[in-house]
Each structure stands twice: as structure tokens, then as C-alpha cells.
Design a protein around this ligand. Sequence first.
Ligand SMILES: Cc1ncc(COP(=O)(O)O)c(C=O)c1O
Length: 479
Amino acid sequence: LPKLPLITGVLKYTEENNISFCMPGHKGGKGLLDTAEGKRIYDNLTSLDITEVEGVDNLHHPEGIIKESQQLLSEYYGSRKSYYLVNGSTGGNLAMVFSAFEEGDKVIIERNCHRSLFNALILRKLNPLYVQNKISSEFDVPLSMDIEHLFDTMRKNPDTKGIIITYPNYYGICTDLKRIISEARKYGMKVLVDSAHGAHFGAADVLPESAVALGAQITVMSAHKTLPSFNQSAFLHAGEGIDTAKTDLYASMFMSTSPSYMLLCSMEYARFYLQEKGMEQYALLAERLEKYRKKINSMEHLHILGIEDKNGDIYDIDCTRFIISLEKGFSGHKLFSYLKSKGIQAEMKDNRNVVLIFSPFNTEEELEVLYKALSECDFESLKEKYVNLKLGEIPQLKLKPFEALNLDKELVPMDSSSGRICCEAVVPYPPGIPILNIGEAIDENAIRLIKYYLENEVTVLGVKDGKLYAAVQKPDSIR
Ligand SMILES: Cc1ncc(COP(=O)(O)O)c(C=O)c1O
């Protein structure tokens, strides 16, 4: 037999024909087949895979059809200038940070940012001030950043050049971005938004407003996560106060010089779809989902979050996502596997929650399968010991992440690691919020928290056989 492990493995998965309640937003091509324009892409997929031949423009120097298409994108979202990206929001976040900040700039960022942003802090040699995230005590769901901590940090550090916000987070939970932007304006701080999960925002009245419409200076969106567009496709939007010569430069610098025209065409299609059908289709989707949310919420042992759960910490929720939150003592991991055994592919899970991502191409029949699966679920089999998620105080940042990255590191027993500089982030999953980040001083509180999670059998990244990665150099010898 020929050795084709990758092709064989992927085809085996696709043959399972799971219902896609996960990315990408086109849901196995259904989003393309939904319109005559999309069908043209679907039918010509491989012939769309061309290179920059005459007449098809150049993403790195657009003067023709790509320029026109990007202008249409910009008009749709209401940006000053918009870009197609083929390296996902991962590349977009790098381009965003490089365009807005200079080496050494002080920036405020939530500690639970996506790792592409953490990489951007390192590569751009920035001086981060971290803002703590919150966890919902009711549902054990990670929330947005602590807004009071954010405002306090802004007040105490008026020389900060900008703030980087995630809007919404992976669970679809939104912070009060409008209020943050208005506060940042008072200090002349830029607001950069990682809206990887929010490309569909603003498409219909039932959805939160898009970060661009709310006035963010730069916004990055993954087209592929929620829209009918292929994996890796993303948008970068520049707004007021941003030098577009810089966004031109860095959007190009962090991208392949051989961009796929399949991806570019799928991004144009996503914009077209939003413009032509978004208002109607997202409203219908929201209606469909609300009907099933109510039906499912009448069951015991679970609750899908919705508008009734909005409060000071949950400013808004993306209604095109389900966070199925189980009662304390039931396992999200087990529910995720159970759903998979019923042919339902969910997006993500943690100790108590399963997240499903929907798009207009998820049908009523598919939701009925979900409802049936949950109705037939033997919840006793999902039981597991409850672990109360905890966050500690943010440890002191001794060295900037880029400085700490290059230090020699060694594994140090946890009990003798206090005072040393952390060289590898320590992150319990869940909640996925770092206890220690690179460059921070390991302290007694952090050690206590790490032990707490380990004792409760939570996976903690960055811990090896009870040891932490610390800098060989002692803090006093470094400065
Ligand atoms: C908040 C956030 N930002 C950025 C990214 C990276 O996006 P992409 O997969 O488009 O590179 C992700 C991916 O999951 C994410 O969750």
C-alpha cells in the first residue's frame, strides 16, 4: 500500500460526515453551494489555484482586481483601508502590532491573549502591562479582561501607547469595547482588536457590533472561523490614526509571496455573502438557534448561555455560538466525546463547557440531531469531580518577554523556584489563562496555584515532573 498517512487520515475523518458545529464557517462547502456565485468557486476550485499571472493583480502590490476587491471589503466594514491576509489572524496580529507600535513601546494587553499576540510582543520587543482576565464563577467560563483593572492600569500608565483587546473571546463573550475605546481616546492610546472570532459581527441586528464600527484603530478578523471562507483567510482593517504605509508594509511582510487565489476568492465571496444575504441569514440563524437553545435549556444538568446571562462581566454574547455549560460535577470533556460519538463535531471543550460554532449553513435538521443527542444522553456517565477554577494575582514582570526568551533556562523544583524568572509560560487547561508568563518572577502565590491545579489533575503546561523552567541567571545578576 502507498504510504499516504496524511491524506488517508484526513479522508477517513471526512468520510465520517460529522455535523460541523466548528470552524470553518463554510461548513464543508455548504456556504459556497448556497449561492450561484459561491457555486462558481466550488466548481472551479482547483483551477482557481493560480499564481500572479497577467490580469490577476498582486496581493503585495495591488493595482487591479485585488485592489478593487479590498476596497469593497473596506466599504463593507467601514474601515479606512482593508487587506486580505492568507496567514490567518496569526499573521494579522503580527502585522497589526508592528504597524501600531515601535520597539520598546509600553502596551496594555490582556494576559490571556492569543499566542500570536504574545509572539508579537516578543518580536516587536514591547514592554507589556498585563491586565487580568476574569472567570465566571457561575459557569467556569473564561471572560474578557477585568475592565476596572484595565482602567486603573491606564490611569497609572498614561505613557502607554496602546491597548490590545480580544473581542469576542473564544467563547463568544464580548467586553464593552465601546467604553474602552472612548476611555482610550482620552489618553490618546490606540486600540487594537483581535477580532479573530468576530468577522460576522454587525452582519445583522442580533449580533454585537463589529470592532471596526466601534472605532478600533486596527482590527484583525479570521474570515474562515465564522464566514464561508477557507482556512487561513483573514482580514486586516486600518482605521483613523493609523499610518497605512505601515499596514501596507507589515501586512505584506508577514505573508507568503505566493498567496492562494482560492483563499483570496473565498474572502471576496465571504464579503459578498455578508453584503447580499448577511442581514437575512444571520437573523434566521439567530432565530433557529434561540428556538433550540430554549428547548435544550429545558433539560436538566446544563445551561446554554444567552442574553439573560449578560451582566457587568459579560457585556454581550455572540448568539451564533453555544456555550453548553454543565452543572458542577459533570465533565465538558466527556460531553464533547459523547457528541462526537453521535456524529457531532463541536469546536472546543473545557472541564464544564462545550463550545459549538454555527453559521447560516447549519440547518434545523442538524440542530435537531444535537437536541436528540442531548435528550438521550446519560448524564450519569458524564460525572466527574468538580474543580473550582482560580486565578491568582499577576506576578511581577521582571524582564520583558523578549529579554527573558534568550536567557539560558533550567528545570527547577517548584518549591525552590520562588524569586526565579519564569522562562516558559505555565498554563493550566482549563481555564487556559497563564499562571506565569515568560519574564515574570515565580512567586509563592503562583506555586500554590500550580500545585492546586496539579493536585486536581488539571493539565498544566510548562511544568515537567514538578519542575518549572527558570532562568539560570538569578534576577539580581541580570540587572
Ligand atoms: C483569539 C484568537 N486570535 C487569533 C487566532 C488565530 O487565528 P487564525 O487561526 O486565523 O490564525 C485565534 C485562533 O484560534 C484566536 O482564537
